[in-house]
Write a protein that binds this ligand. Structure first.
Ligand SMILES: Cc1cc2nc3c(=O)[nH]c(=O)nc-3n(C[C@H](O)[C@H](O)[C@H](O)COP(=O)(O)OP(=O)(O)OC[C@H]3O[C@@H](n4cnc5c(N)ncnc54)[C@H](O)[C@@H]3O)c2cc1C
Length: 446
């Protein structure tokens, strides 16, 4: 097949005219519980670096790879980038804001330009963040595919050649030299059959999800009951509330967060159940505040997706452990740094409960090694953000947005350096990667 390049309009037109072949049914019997599915799809996009998932980690990876000179495609299933920070309604940066690298510095600077971030506490306007991120990607020449879901990979001996994505044009292939999995759930690694891990060791329960929703303050007479009788179970006592965090969200408005534990973000039915339960709980909680606490609050909107703290972590060349964090451990191949406490919400409880005692939650600044961003079973797959290689408690700290951005920036730099040196990321001179990471403003010293 003739090679097509995403920067060429003619190529896009050629791809558009590609005659799709219908999926072919093989001889698998109709009563089998498995089917084999075969379909030819056009290779519509080619890139040096393909970043899958456009959360803060993916955007940072794509932007830093582009800055290093790579041709980059970013694949995002929703209409906006930002992931948990935008679609998930989390509008607050945790961890240190300075020294995270030039990509994060640019995000902060652009939010300030819009007067969209509170300087006293780093709460920001997440709709503006979505615009800031998309414009930064476009300025740097990243090819952005929205409404496009990663579906599958073509892989041989640990090397991914293409991934299959599906947007409104149907299924298409994206060919790249290096891939970075920033899906949070390790979708690329799971599709390729690379080793992954999730949840706590004893039963696999992940850190709980939480739903974000927003209320407007209205005159008491306009605060209509949100919970018509007979629909859901009214909450009668404060002790029956799930963990509920409430904070100001601009004038006459609050952001609210409720905990929804015991669901699996990597399982279709379980995630569906979590979304259903979260919206029910949201109405019950709001009804409680209106009816019992007499708050004149009206539902403004709910995040389109539930916030996911932990999905699936990809097993890397090194698995960062909570002991590394407690020791404030330094690594020769450090490329990122964490500065947040061990925020390990208890997986099986909807109250304000944590895995650790309060006295055990603080950790000194710690480093994240490059090897924790290298998928162990792969030759050209790195990961950044929530699905990097760490144990559950290490993730409970490193999952915050600032650290995810730092990991993304490092992965983008390393992927591009690999393309430029025609080698696998594992074969890079780690000191060289680290030098560029530091030159780009990342503070690695602990
Ligand atoms: C309730 C809650 C509160 C939090 N509070 C804070 C806080 O106050 N401060 C803070 O700094 N951090 C907070 N965090 C943590 C932080 O928001 C996230 O851990 C971080 O933003 C994760 O970034 P990420 O890029 O790794 O993943 P995500 O933000 O989850 O991004 C993953 C992206 O990949 C896309 N994607 C997934 N699968 C596919 C696919 N198959 N195809 C295409 N695209 C795909 C998703 O749509 C998404 O855009 C909170 C998290 C939660 C859940």
């Amino acid at each position: 097949m003739k090679r097509r390049h995403f920067f060429s309009m003619a190529a896009a037109a050629t791809a558009a005219c590609f005659t799709r072949r219908r999926a072919v049914a093989d001889e698998t019997g109709g009563d089998s519980d498995e089917v084999t599915y075969t379909r030819k799809v056009p290779v519509r996009y080619e890139a040096d670096v393909a970043v899958i998932g456009g959360g803060i980690a993916g955007v940072s990876a794509a932007c830093s790879a582009a800055r290093s000179g790579a041709k980059v495609v970013l694949v995002e299933r929703f209409a906006i980038t930002g992931g948990d920070m935008t679609s998930g309604g989390v509008a607050n940066f945790c961890g240190q804001l300075h020294g995270q690298g030039e990509v994060f510095d640019q995000i902060l600077a652009d939010l300030r330009t819009f007067n969209a971030i509170d300087e006293d506490r780093p709460v920001f306007h997440y709709e503006i963040l979505a615009i800031v991120l998309q414009e930064m990607l476009l300025r740097r020449g990243v090819k952005l595919l929205l409404h496009t879901r990663f579906v599958d990979v073509r892989e041989q001996n640990g090397r991914i050649t293409e991934c299959i994505v599906c947007g409104k044009s149907g299924m298409e292939a994206l060919r790249a030299k290096q891939f970075i999995d920033c899906t949070g759930e390790g979708d690329v690694a799971r599709s390729a059959g690379f080793a992954t891990m999730k949840g706590r060791p004893e039963d696999g329960f992940q850190l709980p999800m939480s739903m974000m929703f927003f209320v407007r303050h209205v005159e008491a007479k306009d605060a209509i009951a949100q919970l018509p009788q007979g629909w859901f179970q009214p909450i009668r006592e404060q002790s029956d509330l799930p963990m509920t965090s409430i904070w100001p969200d601009g004038p006459r408005s609050n952001a609210m967060k409720i905990k929804i534990p015991m669901f699996d973000a990597t399982d279709t039915e379980s995630l569906t159940e979590a979304e259903i339960q979260a919206r029910r709980r949201m109405l019950e909680v709001l009804d409680y505040y209106q009816r019992i606490e007499k708050k004149p609050w009206r539902l403004d909107h709910c995040s389109p997706i539930i916030g996911i703290r932990e999905g699936c972590r990809i097993v890397g060349d090194y698995v960062l452990t909570v002991d590394d964090l407690r020791a404030g451990r330094n690594f020769d191949d450090a490329v990122a740094r964490g500065t947040f406490y061990l925020d390990g919400h208890k997986p099986d409880d909807d109250k304000r409960t944590y895995i650790l005692k309060k006295s055990e939650m603080q950790v000194p600044p710690y480093q994240i090694p490059f090897r924790s961003l290298l998928a162990k079973d792969a030759r050209n797959l790195m990961m950044a953000g929530r699905c990097f290689s760490a144990d559950q408690l290490a993730l409970s700290s490193a999952r915050v947005s600032t650290t995810c951005s730092m990991m993304g920036q490092a992965a983008g730099i390393a992927a591009t350096t690999s393309v430029q040196n025609a080698c696998d990321p594992r074969d890079l001179d780690y000191a060289q990667v680290r030098r560029v990471v530091e030159e780009r403003g990342a503070q690695l010293k602990t």
